[in-house]
Write a protein that binds this ligand. Sequence first.
Ligand SMILES: Nc1ncnc2c1ncn2[C@@H]1O[C@H](COP(=O)(O)OP(=O)(O)OP(=O)(O)O)[C@@H](O)[C@H]1O
Ligand SMILES: [Mg+2]
Length: 446
Amino acid sequence: MDETSPLVSPLQESIDYSLSEANNLRTPGSVVRVSAGSPGRSRERQPLLDRDRGNSPRDPHRNDFPDDPEFREIVRKAEQAIEEDIFPERIFQGSSGSYFVKDSQGKAIGVFKPKNEEPYGQLNPKWTKWLQKLCCPCCFGRDCLVLNQGYLSEAGASLVDKKLELNIVPRTKVVYLASDSFNYSAIDRVKSRGKRLALEKVPKVGQRFHRIGLPPKVGSFQLFVEGYKDADYWLRRFEAEPLPENTNRQLQLQFERLVVLDYIIRNTDRGNDNWLLKYDCPMDMEGNRVSRPKTFQHWVMVKEPVIRLAAIDNGLAFPIKHPDSWRAYPFYWAWLSQAKVPFSQEIKNLVLPKLMDPNFIKDLEEDLYELFKKDPGFDRGQFHKQIAVMRGQILNLTQALKDNKTPLHLVQMPPVIVETARAPQRANTESYTQSFQSRRPFFTWW
Ligand SMILES: Nc1ncnc2c1ncn2[C@@H]1O[C@H](COP(=O)(O)OP(=O)(O)OP(=O)(O)O)[C@@H](O)[C@H]1O
Ligand SMILES: [Mg+2]
């Protein structure tokens, strides 16, 4: 692998074992090596750093998404609305500064979470987190996560979702927005007001300012999904009024996609309020929603009942290590009845070929690197650890899918990390070091 590659571990020592297939090696501490002639090599030779080098210098805060004009258009609508004083609105129930972003008609089109208003960001409008930092620094934050990079985790989850074609995360990207409704420091507000005044009074001086308004905030922008409700709400409803068989199957398939996503990114915050469901029930003759199968013959089927899942709030994922025993951050979906059903053939067909392809994994890691390196606090060592956890999760998931396990079995597997290390003598070879967590910290009570 290239010397400059971000994916070469700072770890220099690796135990040298012979070549083997990564997914077959399950012995703690054993090493899996990928040969110099492996299919991943051609891609490895491509420069990994600064893929966009050579572009002309441009406004670093411009929201440009050449590969996604639809997303660009939605962000443009949001910018336009802000110019027309239709400001993003704070989501009050959240533990940090999150905002519903609107279009010029006041319709919600996105959810924006600025980096500096995250739970542990400097400008988090919720003072309880600030108090926690002050009074109880040892319990501050989740020590398995990179602090204050939730917006990248949100965008990273969307990236993983897209690459695996899961289609459950509303598209999320890193965006810059400025709005009067965001939480700014008094200094920023005074500066902005001063500049405006100067522009009005002495236009010649004012024109020399680089920027007049409030400074744009970097954050995650997730597309707003309409007509969805917390999974908690619907799951309770479905307990009382069971779904028709076909719809139930749809729910199961969507649920499996959530499991795959959460497990790979090792989401530490997947309560049943952090995924949404949309259930389009069939209608009766009066146009009322009907969901009881026994009245089925009396329905006028306006449309097939459709169930869709949206995985939102992915800001607390991509940990640098597996959670420890006293703060396990379980996946709350593991308690649901759906988690006791073996993975379907559909999900295996969708993800197994990708997860077993070394090129796919390498590509995924490189894309995550391109995304995560944007943060001013980016740390290559930490990134390696995040990737090592993700590789371990992928290894377990692949095994579970091959072995026809259930999601519940999956979460009971001992956590693994897979680190890359360059063999000292042969600079062109790359090896993976697998290590297993010695304890089985969570889900042992099942
Ligand atoms: N993409 C979306 N589309 C529609 N509604 C959304 C979307 N994202 C979030 N919401 C709504 O906003 C609420 C809060 O969102 P979210 O959980 O992402 O924010 P948060 O600030 O991280 O909150 P918390 O810290 O309490 O989890 C959700 O419960 C959901 O109702
Ligand atoms: Mg939430």
